[in-house]
Write a protein that binds this ligand. Structure first.
Ligand SMILES: *Cc1c(COP(=O)(O)O)cnc(C)c1O
Length: 219
């Protein structure tokens, strides 16, 4: 498979899933390039894709320099350490998916003067290995960030589905996120769904999927 074919096949599957929700339910793809080289990103860009995401500030820095001749829309999806905030902001990410505490938001708010779009990450599956806020306090934290962090434009919620082979468990975690998303009057982005579970995520209301392996694998 070429990356071009991978993209076509993902688009077809997304199309089918989103039409089951509603003809007007539009889903955006963010290609997660964390295990891929700059040349592969360039290849997917040539196939027409524009939004890419990385989970390490250092990798985002390197790859965005390699690719500075093309207008990529960069997303940041990884754990953000406080000592990396300045470096990340310099790279002007289009969306930070992974605000995982009010404390991090306050720190980010202090350092960004231009304003930045971001999502609150919710640990909807309540897994210790995952970051994100507890679903029970998500709405309250979301509103505190909106009140206290004038330089952060919160756009919605990001979730990683339950790490399980049981579809019901994964679905449950997506539905928890969807309920929180729907309780937030001005939220417009519900980022959930990865290579293994994006169709289910879309059926549960996701409008932004983060696809790594299914786009970048070559076999
Ligand atoms: C790696 C990663 C993805 C993509 O994972 P795949 O299973 O390869 O599609 C999506 N979201 C986050 C936060 C990631 O770290």
């Amino acid at each position: 498979m070429t990356l071009d074919e991978n993209l076509d096949s993902a688009i077809k599957r997304i199309e089918k899933a989103r039409l089951e929700v509603d003809a007007h339910h539009i889903v955006k793809i963010v290609a997660i390039s964390k295990y891929s080289k700059s040349e592969d990103i360039r290849e997917l860009y040539s196939a027409g894709h524009r939004a890419f995401g990385e989970n390490r500030v250092q990798d985002l820095n390197t790859k965005s320099q390699d690719l500075e001749d093309i207008p990529i829309e960069w997303h940041f999806v990884g754990v953000l350490q406080k000592n990396k905030i300045n470096q990340l902001l310099k790279l002007r990410p289009s969306l930070i998916h992974s605000i995982d505490s009010l404390e991090l938001a306050l720190e980010l708010d202090k350092r960004c003067e231009r304003g930045v779009d971001a999502l609150l990450q919710v640990n909807s599956a309540k897994e210790e290995t995952k970051s994100g806020v507890d679903p029970l306090s998500a709405k309250e934290i979301y509103e505190s960030i909106q009140e206290q962090c004038k330089n952060i434009n919160l756009k919605g919620i990001m979730t990683i589905g339950a790490h399980s082979s049981d579809q019901k468990e994964i679905k449950k975690s997506f539905e928890v996120s969807r309920k929180i998303y729907e309780s937030l009057p001005n939220a417009s982005i519900l980022s959930m769904g990865m290579s293994g579970d994006f169709e289910l995520a879309i059926k549960c209301g996701s409008n932004m999927v983060r696809l790594g392996s299914t786009l970048f694998m070559r076999n």
